[in-house]
Design a protein around this ligand. Structure first.
Ligand SMILES: Cc1cc2nc3c(=O)[nH]c(=O)nc-3n(C[C@H](O)[C@H](O)[C@H](O)COP(=O)(O)O)c2cc1C
Length: 353
């Protein structure tokens, strides 16, 4: 039998297989930044995954940046998410919510009128983003957070963790990858702070650790995971200290008995510390990026990963584990419907049978 189908656990969550659905923003939260019946159907279709990780979900209006993306801070949003969780559980699945704050990766046209755009430092991200009202727009210069405001965002994550627990989720993944707020704190080009959250690697990892500690206090460590993209360049990240910061962060995270560490492994020739991350974090490791059934199995067999996650394959193959198990052909996702509202390219990919 393929090693992908050996049962295991991620913290307190029992998993019948090692195939994780990677978190993917799909921009279908068309009303009040809450998931609706279409979102329930989409996740329920994918319930055979060992673990579903939701799209990034904002902890506040300030933490939102993209069009039609969901949050979990109002009672209405918590209730809406509980329906998604129930739909997945009813089909025997497990689902953890990815909590995110976009920081500087935002445009005002995508957020509430009063919501600010904030980041560790007042440095704009190069690049443009889609807005429904104004098309592609450059991202603005964010406001640098005060030290007190940084602490207030840590509290927002703690509240979001309580909300996720109330909604019935099996766990939480902190989105600390791909250039969003936690990653902006970690990285040298986006964090030029002079308080205790900037300067040294120890200070640059402080925000992430405080958020993790606040969330584990709000729930329990065995329900909390984290996603990192060491040395990634996505969203204008250029971290000249990655070889120091990430092994240190892995060591600190290991002390916290987390449910998992989810690593996006980009092709980053200057990053030499993959082995150190594995060595420093003996807990459950999920590995991602461009995997196939075969390369995923290899990572599990060689113990380089405990779980493997699949993103784009999950868009077009709701029954990915069944297809892997029967060596069935895989459908190809259509990128033109990745972020468009409505069912097309979202819930319209059929299972094999
Ligand atoms: C449409 C789309 C949306 C994504 N949104 C998120 C997200 O919300 N959070 C996140 O951590 N990664 C996000 N990603 C990255 C995926 O989780 C994953 O890392 C990436 O697709 C690479 O895995 P793959 O090669 O299996 O597709 C997104 C990817 C895609 C294709």
């Amino acid at each position: 039998m393929s090693s992908l189908f050996t049962p295991t656990a991620a913290g307190a969550i029992h998993l019948p297989n090692r195939i994780v659905m990677a978190p993917m923003t799909r921009s279908r939260a068309v009303q009040n930044n809450a998931p609706n019946a279409l979102v329930e159907e989409y996740y329920a279709q994918r319930a055979s995954a060992g673990l579903i990780l939701t799209e990034g979900v904002a902890t506040s209006d300030t933490g939102l940046g993209y069009a039609r993306t969901p949050s979990i801070h109002t009672p209405e949003q918590v209730e809406a998410w509980s329906h998604v969780v129930n739909a997945v559980h009813a089909k025997g699945g497990r689902i953890a919510i990815q909590l995110m704050h976009v920081g500087r990766i935002a445009h005002p046209a995508n957020k509430a009128a009063e919501a600010r755009t904030v980041a560790p430092s007042a440095i704009a991200a190069k690049g443009a983003m889609w807005t429904d009202s104004q098309g592609m727009q450059p991202m603005p210069v964010p406001e640098a957070l005060t030290t007190a405001e940084v602490r207030a965002i840590v509290d927002e994550f703690a509240q979001a963790a309580r909300n996720a627990k109330e909604a019935g989720f099996d766990g939480i993944e902190l989105h600390s990858a791909n250039g969003y707020l936690p990653n902006q704190f970690l990285s040298t080009n986006t964090n030029q702070r002079t308080d205790e959250y900037g300067g040294s690697p120890e200070n640059r990892i402080r925000f992430v650790l405080e958020v993790i500690d606040a969330m584990t206090a709000a729930w329990e460590p065995g329900r909390i995971g984290i996603r990192l993209s060491p040395a990634g360049f996505f969203n204008d990240i250029n971290d000249t200290d990655a070889n120091i910061t990430y092994p240190l962060l892995a060591t600190e995270l290991a002390k916290r008995n987390l449910a998992w560490l989810h690593i996006v492994k980009p092709n980053a020739p200057t990053f030499t510390e993959w082995d150190a991350i594995r060595a420093n974090f003996p807990g459950t490791l999920i590995v991602n990026l461009g995997l196939t059934k075969e390369t995923g199995e290899k990572l599990i067999d060689s113990k380089e990963a405990d779980l493997v996650s699949y993103g784009s394959l999950y868009i077009a193959n709701p029954d990915l584990p069944e297809r892997f198990q029967s060596n069935a052909p895989l459908a190809t996702p259509d990128p033109t419907t990745f972020y468009t509202p409505g069912p097309e390219g979202y819930t319209t990919y059929p299972p094999l049978s």
